[in-house]
Design a protein around this ligand. Sequence first.
Ligand code: CA
Length: 435
Amino acid sequence: MTDPTLDPARTSWVASANGHTEFPIQNLPLGVFSPAGGGPRGGIAIGDSIFDISAALELGLFSGPALEAAQAASGRTLNDFMGAGPAPRQALRRAVSDLLATGGAGQAYAARLLHAASACTMHLPNRVNNFTDFFAGIHHVITAGQMTRPDNPVLPNYRYVPVAYHSRASSVRVSGEKLVRPNGQRKRPDEAAPTYGPCRNLDYEIELGVWVGEGNQVGEPIPIGQAGRHIAGFCLLNDWSARDIQSWESQPLGPFLGKSFSTFVSPWIVTAEALAPFRRAQPDRPDGDPKPLPHLWDEADQATGGLDIDFEVYIHTQKMRAEGTEPHRLSAVNGSILYWTVAQMVAHHTSNGCNLIPGDLFGTGTLSGPDVRTEGCLLEMSRGGSRPIDLGNGETRTYLQDGDDIVFKAHCGGAGKVPIGFGECRGRVGPALSL
Ligand code: CA
């Protein structure tokens, strides 16, 4: 273990961090928060608290490369910090880990450095200039594709191209906001003509979000071997989907109003450094699948590009909340089901010379496995609304109802490793605006 910030033996003087299921000292995710009575600023989650980067700057606790990095990470967005690349990010991580470690110099200033997370408001960590949604969960592609093309669910390009579309950046929101049910054009097969009204088939999609670090110039593709330095960190992403609006409008072009009404992300950026212990080999492609073209193939990426992250989806209905019952787990899936690595997504995205900008957001595509209860959206779980899902309390769902809370969680662990988590991506469905 050459990186002391990842040493499993390292503990913190912040007592709640030790054994914390999300934010032990080995995680240190970055975000933007407002303390009670204060304005937005950069922070780092530690146990049940948030470390205030600007307070540490005022106290003169940083020097050298970490000082410059802390200045870039202390404001109301992290874009400039993200764009500076891995070295400043790693310098800040080391400095903050040392300040928070047992015996670290930060303890003498605990009252100024730490805010109770429960008293803070989280914000979007970056100004999102671009949001690209991939389609890398192959079991989602198979299960959803079977509904329209039973004999040919996966089109031939899929195994060569990390398929994606440009989604909407302006409506990306942070966990905890309310989702307004979208209005739109809907037409069931038994209806002669479309009508305009509230979405009838509202769905979520659980995805891994990817925050872009360093950008690239127009016309200069990022080689796959260098993609890693352009990936700053990760979050949870809910690609809310209006299935009825989507299916009517997507003939023949791709998703538009069925997706653009809102996308939620978890507030904390789990850095590439914190996730490093949880990388694994990308699983071999099934027999008969083609090897990707050379510009999408890198042996080192294949050796470490898989992500051992356990994702979970929970629903907490109005009835469950009223009766005081726990949220119901809808599904769970491991990130190793992704058909394409994040490095392959970066290389493909820029392979035509398209430029990425610091703080750009990717979604990986719906994370679904091949089995029941590993499916990452209701479209799959309910087979297009034809198979109600039992919530275990007398309620069923095909699609979401007003008042439903959808909560995503993600954790990493394993023998000899300190487990870390992503925090939550949470959203409550609210009624459509009246017409
Ligand atoms: Ca999606």
